[in-house]
Design a protein around this ligand. Structure first.
Ligand code: B12
Length: 470
């Protein structure tokens, strides 16, 4: 029987319907959708598949449908369960999949007729669809081993409203990351390994992309240097520009950085997390060597590669001074953009278990990396939230953005990529304005409240190599 299958990406709070606004509609932060597109690609032929993204359209409750599939991260689990409840009340079977249902399968199964743990490919989703057709969905579906990534079906990007996304051209070459940081959902989900698609298949997918820009959503594209090198060689003739995630370890090898740049890399998201090595050691991320950040970032900038840093507050070593210290270092290092987060002990990770006695908030909707859900060691949860907000507001203050863009424009290749850096900084500023993010520096509260919150310059803990090093 041909089924109508509805695949839903839930959105909650401020995110639901945000994409309906033409101005400040969060478009810059909307991309990928590969989770549901991969499920759609795996659906056996003959069924009708529709993808609904709650950021840009409402759930079509009134339309007849035979099977509903919902993806979710932890913060979206409550909304996913709510949608599931409403469909199941109408007798429509619901399947949950993605990060949170995979890491908390028992919980998810309490809200659905079936849960897919891990990848949809490798037979798991095909079995779900067959069982749904036969009216006998049965609990948890998982592949006996993570499937190899050769021969993945083409991603049906036409199922998205393309004009509502920064780009629908997100590509994934690898899954997983070998590092195994104990707070990271990716390690908990994929294990401590990485699977890779054949380079020729990735290059063929990229070659089909219209326009010059796309994203790799990989968690650590450069973890295997040999693989990355052959990928770079295959990408170079295609003349595209792309951004991805990597560790700063990429900059240990200047030749490798040059190869990435020649292949079209114009930006990296790098999880720096913290400027304290003891914090990093405490969460199993001691491969981040703080002293080398400046040289590494200069090297990347020298090759026209912008750096967005992931910074996390709330580590055990963090004291109220951490916010202004971090802001100063972000300025000193000439970081192009920053994603500021509050440490979040995600369920299903080893760190969640270690910290369970300190967690006071188990409302998953608050696990969006912008709420304090546990008692930090060095400050109150309120100070953690206020300091986090303050850094976001200060880093994206118009004068800092203007300074960053000015610096960027003067770097090698800077004018070519200025529009991307401007777009991401403008988008974060838009978020500050739309959401009214203000915060307060727990140390210099009075000064920041007076609207002057600039940080006094002081000695940097990061060694200053000679400029020629870049
Ligand atoms: C791109 C991305 C984003 C993008 C776009 C997400 C999107 N809509 O597509 C943006 C920038 C919006 C984003 C935002 C956030 N993200 Co994000 N994101 C990612 C990233 C890097 C890639 C996602 C992706 O495209 N994966 C590729 C697909 C193919 O893999 P997949 O999702 O695992 O899907 C497979 C299976 O899980 C399964 N599956 C998935 N869904 C379903 C559904 C059904 C029905 C079935 C059967 C199977 C199934 O089948 C798929 C194919 O095998 C992931 C890391 C990762 N490895 O996934 C983080 C990740 C998902 N993000 C994460 C987080 C925390 C966030 C933020 C909260 C971060 C923040 N500080 O703001 C916000 C959330 C904002 C919000 N409230 O909505 C965490 C989630 C952890 C968790 N347990 O919640 C991850 C895992 C990163 C991490 N290292 O921890 N993110």
């Amino acid at each position: 029987m041909a089924m109508k299958i509805l695949l839903i990406a839930p959105a909650s709070g401020k995110w639901r319907g945000v994409g309906r606004h033409r101005v400040l509609g969060g478009k810059t932060f909307r991309f990928s959708m590969l989770s549901l597109l991969s499920v759609a690609a795996e659906t056996p032929r003959g069924h009708e598949v529709r993808v609904v993204d709650e950021q840009i359209e409402g759930v079509p409750w009134w339309e007849p449908v035979d099977l509903v599939g919902i993806t979710c991260m932890t913060a979206l689990a409550p909304r996913a369960y709510e949608i599931a409840r409403r469909y199941r009340a109408r007798g429509v079977p619901v399947v949950l999949g993605g990060m949170h249902p995979s890491l908390c399968a028992d919980e998810a199964l309490g809200h659905a007729d079936a849960v897919v743990v891990g990848d949809a490919e490798g037979g798991a989703w095909v079995r779900v669809v067959r069982d749904a057709e036969a009216g006998r969905l049965q609990g948890v579906y998982r592949n006996p081993v993570p499937p190899p990534l050769a021969g993945l079906r083409p991603v049906p990007r036409h199922l998205l409203h393309g004009d509502r996304y920064a780009t629908v051209h997100a590509v994934q070459a690898t899954r997983g990351c070998p590092h195994g940081c104990d707070f990271c959902a990716v390690s908990a989900f994929h294990g401590r390994g990485q699977r890779r698609r054949p380079v020729a298949e990735v290059a063929a997918e990229v070659a089909e992309i219209p326009g010059e820009f796309f994203l790799f959503v990989d968690d650590n594209l450069t973890a295997d240097r040999d693989y990355a090198r052959s990928l770079f060689a295959a990408l170079q003739p295609l003349g595209k520009r792309w951004v991805t995630q990597s560790t700063l370890g990429i900059a240990d090898d200047a030749g490798f950085v040059a190869e990435a740049a020649r292949a079209g890399c114009i930006g990296l998201f790098v999880g720096l997390e913290s400027f304290s090595e003891s914090n990093l050691g405490g969460v199993g991320k001691s491969f981040n060597r703080v002293g080398g950040y400046r040289r590494a970032i200069r090297l990347l900038h020298g090759h026209g590669i912008g750096v967005e840093a992931g910074i996390v507050f709330g580590f055990d070593g963090d004291r109220p001074e951490v916010f202004e210290d971090t802001l100063r270092l972000l300025d000193d290092l000439e970081i192009d953009a920053v994603q500021v987060s509050i440490f979040t002990p995600l369920p299903g990770t080893p760190r969640h278990r270690v910290m369970s006695g300190r967690i006071f908030d188990r409302d998953w909707a608050h696990y969006d990396f912008h709420h304090a859900v546990f008692s930090p060691r060095g400050m109150t949860p309120e100070a953690l939230k206020e300091g986090h907000d303050w850094v976001v507001r200060e880093f994206y203050s118009p004068w800092r953005i203007a300074r960053r863009l000015w610096r960027h424009a003067r770097r090698p290749g800077g004018l070519r990529t200025l529009k991307y850096v401007a777009a991401i900084n403008g988008a974060y500023l838009g978020r500050v304005l739309r959401w009214g993010i203000r915060g307060r520096n727990p140390v210099l509260g009075a000064r920041s409240a007076a609207g002057r919150g600039r940080v006094a310059r002081g000695p940097s803990v990061i060694p200053q190599p000679r400029r020629a090093a870049a």
